[in-house]
Each structure stands twice: as structure tokens, then as C-alpha cells.
Ligand binder design. Structure first.
Ligand SMILES: O=C(O)CCC(=O)C(=O)O
Length: 425
């Protein structure tokens, strides 16, 4: 039997492809790599910045097998032979601009899962891509390819004991031909990002940078995320002048096979793949109890609509009381209008001591941006969209759709849990 490859051998296995990232016009802080003394239990409580665990998934059978292949052609052959019968959903974007996000009018410029086929056929298409320098970029995105649905594939990974105690929201397989870019966005959950093959660069910002990132409406971007209209690597400062100020809050991580990037909930991230095949598996974990996280989303939608009916003085009054001590909050709000009182009560729910500190911070940041509008227009790149979004979200049909989506996510995860293991034990 062959000896397992060392961490250095795994992480350098695809090096021939990995020097392909464009220089940045700003100087982000580097995401630190965890040392042996790093207290991950504490990180889950304060999660004040992202962190990389080097080589944590380098001993997975999948990572080892791919690192042991001579080149991408051999890796595709291996994937097709070992797991070829699984169904892959994928998208396709032009090679000359393989950016998946928004066009210059702020419209989504790609379809999340445009087509589907077997993994074996997908590998065939990826092989053809390698032979043709003009071919479109292909990318199977994790939201459409659930790890626990590909049971044989899941068996070639290992649950990560460090993630014990977290609750999986979804675990996705991301497989691409190389060179794609994923729009800047944030997810409401913890995101654990395990690089299995190839290399990616991730640019990150804390949620607090929101004012300078030209966001979409709240949870109103691609795939239900809050997204940004800016392309961080080639920003158009004419359209997005405030983006310059985001630089001082930027972070960067370059991931190689075997690495695990841990992204705190609601941190913005923008992902670029290097040239060559890339395979990443990620796990989203609920950052609050699922029901509470859903209730936060509902509370935000309701509060944004109420806030649009209040004047600036009323909003400022509500804000002051909200962030004052809880005594002030509970007593003596009789002078507020009924709507203002409802708003105060709804928002105060997520500022209580029972809510984890990181989520209270998230709540405050969202409140300030989308409800109290202390940064100006919440959707500065397309101001009309904020109120239009609030109107459409108020429709009963839309509310029902969100509720069904939440129920479906819970049921799917429960069902997948019994089928196969994932990254979260
Ligand atoms: O790796 C990518 O291209 C995107 C990953 C992503 O969007 C995510 O994990 O939220």
C-alpha cells in the first residue's frame, strides 16, 4: 500500500496552476493560520475574524487521491471513475469574463444551476475545456450539489471533529474548470470552506463594512444572500466611490489543497479560482438556533417595512432607546407612536443577553444600515430597490415562500443526515 502524502506534498500538488491571481489595488490583512494553541471553542463564541486551519483535510481519502494524480486530466479521470454516476448541476460563463454576479445594470448575470448531467459527463466537459483555450468556464455550485446526496463521494471525506456541536444547514460540493469569480456576498451562517483540489483566493470584509460595499436589499441578492454590486478586484470607483474606504477593513486568504477556511457568520466574501481544476466542499452551520435565525429574518423584513412609514425623528428616537440600557427600553415608551413601539419591541428581541454577542453585533449593523439608515440610502447603487423590495416582501405569497424555504431546508438536512455523513459530525 502506498504511504499517504504529507501535508507539503498535498498542498503543492496543484502548484503548477496556482500563481494566477491578479494583483490587488489595496492591501488586505492576511487571514491568520491557526497555531496549535488556537482555541477554536472560543472562536465559535467570539468569531471576530476568519481563520485558516492549514492541512486539516489533507488526509481525507479524496484529497489524497487527487493529490496523487499527475495532472488535472488524471484527476478528472479519477473523479469520473470513482463517483461518475452522481448528478451534477452546473453553470457556465464566458471565459473572457468569468465573473458570476451582477452586470453593470445590477442584474444577475448568470444562472445558478443552468444545466445538469452525470459527474462522468461533467468531467468529460471539463476535459474538453482544458483542450480549448476559448471554452466557457464551467462551475458546479455548492448550493445545487449537496454533499450528503453523493453518498459515495461523502464517504471519501471525513467529518471534522472540531465542528462537533454545530448544526449543519447545508454542505455543498463546488467543482470548477478554473478561473471563475464568485460575487461578493455574505451568508447568515458560519461557513467552513475545505479546499480539496486547486487553489482559491478569498477576499473578505466584516459585516460592518456594509456602507462601503454597495449592498443589495437585505437578503435580496443572488441565491437569497445579501450581495454587493462591486467587483473588488476591478472596482469601478466612478460608480462606487465609497468602495475605497472598504480597503482598510479587507482581509485575504489564499487556500491550497488540504486547507480549511472558517468564515464567521455574515462576513462578506468574494472568491476567485486559480487556473486549473478546483474542488471545494463547504459546510454552513446555523449561527443561531434555526427557528431564531428564521425569526430574525422575518423581524428584519417586518421592521424595514415599518421603518419606511416613520419619520427621521421617530427612527432616531427608537434607535436611541434600543441601544440604551434594557431598563430604559422596557419602561416609559408611551410617548412613541404605536408603530414605533412595535419596531422597538421587534428589534430589541435580538439584543437580549440570551442572543450570542456576535449576533447582537450583526443585528445592530443590519438595523443601522437597513432600518435606521445611518449610512444613507441602504441600496446606494440602486436606491429605488430598497422600497420596492420591502413592498414585494410584504406580499403574503412571498412570506409563505420564505416559510416554505425554511421548512424545506430543515427537512432536507434531517433527511440527508441519515443518508451520509458530512463535514459536520
Ligand atoms: O467558491 C466559490 O466560488 C463560492 C463559495 C461561496 O459562495 C460560499 O461558500 O458561500
Amino acid at each position: 500500500m502506498q504511504a499517504p502524502l504529507s501535508l507539503a506534498e498535498v498542498s503543492s500538488a496543484h502548484r503548477e496552476n496556482a500563481n494566477a491571481f491578479a494583483a490587488l489595488t489595496f492591501a488586505p490583512r492576511e487571514v491568520p493560520s491557526a497555531t496549535e494553541r488556537f482555541d477554536f471553542g472560543q472562536w465559535k463564541h467570539d468569531c471576530s475574524h476568519p481563520v485558516i486551519f492549514k492541512g486539516v483535510v489533507s488526509d481525507w481519502p479524496l484529497t489524497q487521491s487527487l493529490a496523487g494524480c499527475a495532472d488535472d486530466r488524471a484527476r478528472l479521470h479519477y473523479l469520473a471513475r470513482a463517483f461518475g454516476r452522481n448528478t451534477v448541476e452546473y453553470t457556465q460563463v464566458p471565459r473572457r469574463d468569468p465573473f458570476m454576479g451582477y452586470d453593470e445594470h445590477g442584474r444577475q448575470n448568470f444562472e445558478y444551476a443552468l444545466a445538469k448531467c452525470t459527474l462522468s459527463d461533467f468531467c468529460e466537459r471539463l476535459r474538453a475545456y482544458q483542450d480549448d483555450p476559448q471554452a466557457d468556464v464551467l462551475y458546479a455550485r455548492g448550493g445545487a450539489n449537496a454533499l450528503r446526496s453523493w453518498t459515495d463521494f461523502a464517504n471519501s471525506t471525513r467529518p471534522l471533529s472540531m465542528l462537533r456541536g454545530l448544526k449543519a444547514h447545508g454542505e455543498g460540493i463546488w467543482l470548477g474548470s478554473g478561473l471563475h469569480t464568485t460575487y461578493l456576498h455574505q451568508d447568515a451562517h458560519f461557513n467552513f470552506f475545505a479546499m480539496v483540489a486547486g487553489s482559491k483566493r478569498v477576499i473578505l470584509y466584516p459585516l460592518e463594512a456594509i456602507a462601503d460595499l454597495y449592498p443589495t436589499p437585505f437578503f435580496g441578492g443572488v441565491a437569497g444572500t445579501t450581495s454587493s454590486f462591486v467587483r473588488p478586484v476591478t472596482p469601478d470607483y466612478g460608480r462606487f466611490p465609497r468602495f475605497r474606504y472598504a480597503a482598510k477593513q479587507s482581509w485575504v486568504a489564499v487556500l491550497e489543497p488540504g486547507d480549511l477556511l472558517c468564515i464567521p457568520p455574515c462576513w462578506w466574501h468574494h472568491v476567485e479560482a486559480a487556473r486549473g481544476l478546483n474542488l471545494m466542499i463547504n459546510a454552513f452551520a446555523w449561527a443561531l438556533e434555526p427557528r431564531l435565525e428564521y425569526q430574525f429574518e422575518v423581524a428584519m423584513r417586518k421592521s424595514i417595512a415599518i421603518a419606511l412609514t416613520l419619520n427621521a425623528a421617530e427612527l432616531s428616537d427608537v434607535r436611541e432607546r434600543l441601544y440604551a440600557t434594557s431598563d430604559v427600553r422596557v419602561h416609559g415608551n408611551v410617548d412613541l407612536s404605536q408603530q414605533a413601539r412595535i419596531l422597538l419591541r421587534t428589534l430589541a428581541r435580538f439584543m437580549k443577553p440570551a442572543i450570542p454577542g456576535y449576533w447582537q453585533k450583526i443585528a445592530r449593523c443590519y438595523y443601522d444600515h437597513y432600518i435606521f439608515q445611518i449610512n444613507g440610502e441602504p441600496v446606494a447603487a440602486h436606491p429605488e430597490r430598497h422600497a420596492a423590495w420591502a413592498r414585494s416582501e410584504a406580499a403574503a405569497k412571498q412570506r409563505l415562500r420564505h416559510w416554505l424555504r425554511f421548512r424545506r431546508a430543515l427537512l432536507q438536512m434531517r433527511y440527508r443526515y441519515v443518508r451520509a455523513h458530512g463535514l459536520i459530525p
